[in-house]
Design a protein around this ligand. Structure first.
Ligand code: CDP
Ligand code: MG
Length: 677
């Protein structure tokens, strides 16, 4: 007979010692000393604010404490995260600590991926997913506790959640709400929640020495790479964390580091390079948490996800480039874009703090001290004040929240932003002139997508291309990570040729569709991807997203079955482009004949990104998906359209006389670009 106290074999002994070890690790976290105090405070209050240094155990431990004392006997514990990577990695960690299988007692839910089951009692999810759940379960009846984590990040979705939950907690006196934040700004959260109590978890934070550059760096990626190498050859052991702005920079830095260290051969210790960004597949994400082997040094190349959302142990050196990608929305032009922006002082301090968790550390800032003191804002502007509110307004309306002007926001968005989003929803046909949701709008709200995309998806039924548009949506949703472009010059030519082979007249979306269909025709083969310089991971993700979208379409009774067989390819391609146009007509532009384009809405000057297959073709009229700022204002994912389509699809925006009429009658404001003001 087996006896729990006396393990019989090696395997059990090992498991037991692992569990013992895990318990010790859990008890060594700063939050452990506050367990009782925390539980009492939660028992006695509906809402509390919890503040603590990153890595003190807020996210992983608090749900477990609540589970241990029985809260989950009544309902679930939910915990929101602004980032999908954090939701996934924290859920994996907690299920490991509890000795359960991920997706059973502990699970996560992120857009297009639900890793939970009926058994799930601790659920980590993105803030956006909780908003979606609120559409279906407005009183969150299945939850006993809701933790709004990383509240200091002030993402758009978190801000909206805060106001909905504030309202909800007045109606549901049994619901426990915990607002968790990494920074001192807790007072404001407390005031917002009727002066609720605050519990402070003092973290361990060792001294971190800050070093600045003497002069501004023209190339901060290169500067960061050189600093990594310098640390590696001159500094005592300890891992390095580098903050960059996005996947492209991270990949560039990774390649530079690989090339440089290869050249040095075995003169230096091994340098393990671990990238982390939100679209990185989960098996690769796990790598950053693996212990560094003796004699080696780990360098983690991260977006600002590692600023507070996730904690990597044993970081001694931080390299802060001083930038992050932020969405920025201009309500006047209606244009939204991701822009590399200087971080705030508060962010810079958070980043530096990551070096002092386990021992005294060093932070190397790739900017001058003067710049830190004089150029950085004190705090980051909440996202709600600088982003397109379209999708959120649509969601709120479908929850029956109509009066946005009097909505109790922690920080209100500028009124013109709300007006602009209503205007866009009206143009898309999602709301009527009373501001109420239309049938189309209600269907659009079912999709966890931008209103432009959901409009396109819903309209695909009319254009008889549902299956194709689902694929296009899925391919767009994995970001610009489909085509692999090696650094090697010769291979680059092969990769570009492979890419061009997917070209179809009409535009980039049709090429994406072609890539997906060819992959499917080749049995979803890995080898096929390799031969065509396609990233298999992105393709697999697109396939998953596609499946999710099919389910969502079925829910709003869009017939997914393929009626297109009777349609010729040319006609089908026209239908697909018209359908894309029906969602994205706001992003229409006409050629200036000098290589640039002028947007129809406001005469803004833009250029087709060289990665677009339309770059060489430069049709007269285009519709694009996204705008990116680098050296110029580039547009990516471009299709060719016709002026007549725009007039047909969006007659309230585009009039025949403006678009196609006699040039002499053209209104002045679509003439020259300096008439923008
Ligand atoms: O939420 P907070 O920043 O206060 O800390 P946490 O995320 O609960 O992390 C507590 C500890 O758990 C960290 O110091 C890590 O050592 C560990 N952890 C981990 O090993 N792997 C993860 N995916 C998350 C946390
Ligand atoms: Mg946390």
């Amino acid at each position: 007979m087996k006896n729990d106290q006396q393990p019989q074999n090696q395997q059990e002994l090992l498991q037991l010692s692992e569990r013992e070890n895990m318990k010790k690790v859990r008890q060594s976290l700063p939050i452990y000393k506050y367990r009782e105090e925390l539980l009492t405070l939660i028992r006695d209050n509906r809402v509390i604010v919890m503040v603590g240094e990153t890595g003190s155990g807020k996210t992983t431990q608090v749900p477990q404490y609540l589970h241990e004392v029985g809260y989950t006997k009544i309902g679930r514990i939910g915990c929101t995260q602004p980032r999908r990577v954090a939701a996934m990695s924290v859920a994996a960690r907690v299920s490991e600590e509890m000795g359960t299988k991920l997706g059973h007692e502990v699970g996560y839910s992120i857009r297009f991926e639900d890793c939970t089951s009926d058994k799930t009692v601790i659920k980590y999810m993105t803030d956006g997913m909780l908003l979606r759940e609120l559409m279906m379960e407005p009183d969150l009846a299945s939850y006993q506790v809701m933790i709004v984590d990383e509240a200091h990040e002030r993402t758009l979705h978190t801000d909206i959640l805060l106001s909905i939950i504030k309202d909800l907690s007045r109606a549901r006196d049994d619901l426990k709400v915990i607002i968790s934040s990494a920074t001192i700004d807790a007072q404001r959260f407390s005031e917002y929640f009727d002066n609720c109590p605050i519990i402070k978890i003092p973290g361990r934070r060792f001294q971190v020495d800050i070093y600045y550059t003497k002069a501004p760096e023209s190339d901060y990626i290169q500067a960061a790479v050189l600093t990594v190498l310098q640390i590696h050859v001159t500094q005592p052991k300890g891992d390095i964390l580098v903050f960059l702005t996005g996947q492209e920079e991270i990949e560039a830095a990774e390649e530079m580091l690989t090339a440089r260290t290869r050249g040095l051969g075995n003169k230096i210790g091994e340098l393990l390079i671990c990238p982390i960004y939100s679209s990185l597949p989960s098996d690769m994400q796990a790598k950053i948490f693996e212990p560094t082997p003796a004699g080696a040094r780990k360098v983690v190349l991260s977006t600002n996800i590692a600023e507070t959302s996730i904690t990597i142990d044993n970081i001694i050196y931080v390299i802060d480039t001083g930038f992050a990608k932020q969405t920025s929305y201009n309500p006047r032009t209606g244009m939204e874009s991701l822009i590399v922006t200087p971080i705030s002082k508060a962010s810079a301090d958070q980043r530096a703090g990551r070096a002092g968790r386990v021992a005294p550390g060093k932070c190397f800032r790739m900017y001058t001290k003067w710049s830190f003191l004089n150029e950085l804002d004190q705090n980051t502007i909440p996202e709600i004040q600088r982003t397109n509110l379209g999708s959120v307004v649509l969601m709120l309306k479908s929850m029956g929240i109509n009066n946005l002007v009097n909505f109790d926001f922690m920080d209100s968005p500028p009124p013109e932003m709300i007006v602009k989003s209503l205007e866009q929803l009206y143009a898309l046909g999602a709301i009527n002139d009373e501001g109420d949701l239309t049938k189309l709008g209600r269907r659009m709200a079912e999709f966890p997508l931008d209103p432009f995309l959901s409009k396109m998806l819903v309209q695909s039924e009319y254009y008889k291309c549902v299956d194709q548009i689902i694929t296009v949506c899925a391919m767009l949703s994995v970001g610009n990570t489909i085509f692999y472009r090696p650094n090697d010059k010769e291979k680059k030519i092969h990769a570009d040729n492979a890419r061009k082979a997917f070209f179809r007249p009409g535009g980039d979306h049709l090429a994406l569709l072609n890539v997906y269909n060819s992959w499917a025709d080749n049995g979803f083969s890995q080898n096929w991807c390799f031969e065509n310089f396609i990233q298999i991971r992105s393709m697999r993700r697109a396939r998953d997203v596609r499946e999710q979208l099919i389910l969502l379409c079925e829910r709003v009774e869009i017939d997914v079955k393929d009626p297109s067989l009777s349609i010729f390819e040319d006609e089908m391609n026209t239908n697909i482009c018209k359908c894309i146009c029906s969602g994205f007509f706001y992003n229409a532009a006409k050629t200036n004949l000098n290589g640039t384009y002028k947007t129809l809405k406001n005469g803004h000057s833009i250029t087709i990104h060289p990665s677009s297959l339309m770059f060489d073709i430069k049709p007269e009229w285009i519709v694009y998906n996204e705008l990116v700022f680098t050296s110029k204002e580039y547009v990516r994912n471009v299709i060719e359209v016709k002026g007549e389509w725009l007039i047909e699809i969006a007659p309230h925006l585009y009039k025949e006389k403006d678009l196609l009429g006699d040039k002499r009658k053209m209104p002045k404001n679509t003439g020259t670009s300096d008439s923008r003001n």
